[in-house]
Design a protein around this ligand. Structure first.
Ligand code: ZN
Length: 466
């Protein structure tokens, strides 16, 4: 009896659900694959000499190479950045190139930039007078590259066209397969206050002591990717997508006020010229200390420096091998600590730079989290190939470049740190340091396919957080 009732009620339920099922959907235009069980072969790229069916590079696989020599100068008083760069571009593709494409990401902040049009048009319920006038009444920030020249190796002007955030340089004769070309670009731009007008880099201003903390990236004309799949990858930068770049070697000299402390991508080759004798000794100790960070520039020294406003200048020299980009951070507010991290057959440095406003949180936590991230990611993927990983304290930020990243999270005005801030800060440091593996080393195209590096990185971030 019970069974029968049960059976009937199931029958009734099935009938009810059958009636609720919508009629079979019509095929949508443009969608041809209606078989849930079909194989994916026709969605996969056809294997060829460049890319095999296994996913490994084929016998004719190549990558282009772009080497940079740059002289950069920061005008701290007027928040401007000046640069000259010589790019040597190696054409390893089997075909010749008639022109070159470069990324001008700073032009996303140009007055004529089209990127505000990609923002949805909405009126916030309330604006401060400052925000209202900035958004609707002022002329807007005068950002973007001011290109002074593009010259060939002989110093002759080259023909170029700028289209928004991309620049095409036309070559007088095609660059043949296996050949290289050197050319120079001189530029400057107004640095954006990223806390006021946004951006993945820029500066933060501290009203109390009138100092700036700079996180500088996407700051020089950079070679676009050329490959066998897309040819030139010349998608515009709208501010949200990130980037892909060819690998190369960087020699970068950066001139800043003498009382600034800096870190950047690559080996610092003139440490003895920019740190004091005492700081050098502390750095040396840090390279041999594996259990906790050693403070190299103390809070006391940083607080003294932030009152100085030196008129003198200092040049910091960096050398990076086989990286796809370069970033740096500089301020006279920086406290600097570091420790060594043991990997399989070498040790690398975990480093943090932060202003006094970030303490005691950053001094206690940041470098240890960097070290833990390098160990865990190296264990699950491959040993970290770079000499160092740097975490910079930059409020409202979470952004990565090779060897260096900017991370948010500071105590409030009264020095209180909520769990939300503390664990949020630790997560963002793991995440951004982790991006060194994907996509800085495994160079997927994050301008088009950001789910690739974000997906792999978020999975490893989770393992690291455990
Ligand atoms: Zn990410």
């Amino acid at each position: 009896m019970k069974k029968a009732i049960c059976f009937l009620s199931i029958l009734g339920f099935l009938q009810a659900t059958a009636q609720d099922t919508p009629p079979e959907q019509k095929r949508q235009p443009g969608h041809y694959d209606t078989n849930k069980f079909s194989q994916m072969y026709d969605l996969m790229a056809t294997p060829n000499m460049f890319r095999t069916a296994s996913g490994a590079p084929g016998p004719a696989y190549y990558q282009q190479q772009a080497d940079y020599k740059m002289n950069i100068e920061l005008d701290d008083k007027n928040t401007k950045l000046y640069g000259t760069e010589t790019i040597t571009y190696h054409n390893n593709a089997p075909e010749g190139l008639e022109y070159l494409w470069l990324q001008l990401d700073q032009n996303q902040k140009d007055r004529a930039s089209k990127s505000p049009l990609v923002d949805s048009q909405k009126m916030d319920p309330a604006y401060t007078p400052d925000n209202f006038s900035r958004r609707f009444m002022e002329e807007g920030f005068d950002g973007g590259f001011k290109i002074e020249y593009v010259r060939d190796a002989a110093g002759k002007p080259m023909k170029y066209t700028i289209n928004q955030t991309m620049m095409r340089i036309d070559l007088p004769k095609p660059l043949k397969s296996g050949e290289k070309i050197s050319f120079s670009i001189k530029w400057w731009y107004n640095i954006n206050n990223y806390r006021v007008i946004g951006g993945r880099s820029g500066y933060e201003h501290f009203d109390k002591d009138n100092n700036n903390l700079y996180v500088i990236a996407q700051f020089y004309p950079r070679m676009a990717v050329y490959n066998d799949v897309e040819g030139w990858q010349n998608m515009q930068f709208w501010g949200a997508g990130e980037f892909a770049l060819p690998f190369g070697n960087f020699e970068v000299n950066i001139t800043v006020p003498a009382d600034h402390i800096m870190e950047g991508t690559g080996d610092l080759t003139n440490r003895a010229e920019v740190l004091t004798k005492e700081q050098l000794k502390r750095y040396d100790l840090a390279t041999k200390t594996f259990d906790k960070p050693v403070v190299i520039v103390t809070q006391e020294e940083a607080e003294r420096a932030e009152k100085g406003f030196s008129d003198k200048k200092k040049t910091w020299k960096f050398n990076a091998k086989n990286v796809r980009d370069f970033g740096f951070s500089t301020s006279r507010k920086f406290i600097y600590d570091a420790m060594a991290v043991k990997l399989t057959d070498k040790s690398v440095m975990a480093i943090s730079l932060y202003p006094k406003e970030s303490n005691p949180l950053w001094g206690d936590v940041s470098t240890k989290v960097v070290a833990h991230t390098l160990k865990t990611y190296s264990k699950y993927t491959f040993d970290y190939p770079y000499p160092k990983a740097i975490s910079i304290s930059a409020e409202d930020q979470g952004m990565e470049y090779p060897m260096i990243c900017w991370n948010y999270g500071r105590p409030d005005e009264k020095g209180f740190v909520s769990d939300r801030i503390k664990y949020g800060m630790m997560s963002v440091i793991i995440h951004e340091v982790g991006h060194n593996f994907f996509p800085m080393i495994v160079n997927s195209d994050e301008r088009q396919w950001s789910w690739m590096d974000e997906g792999l990185n978020t999975f490893l971030q989770y393992l690291t957080e455990q």
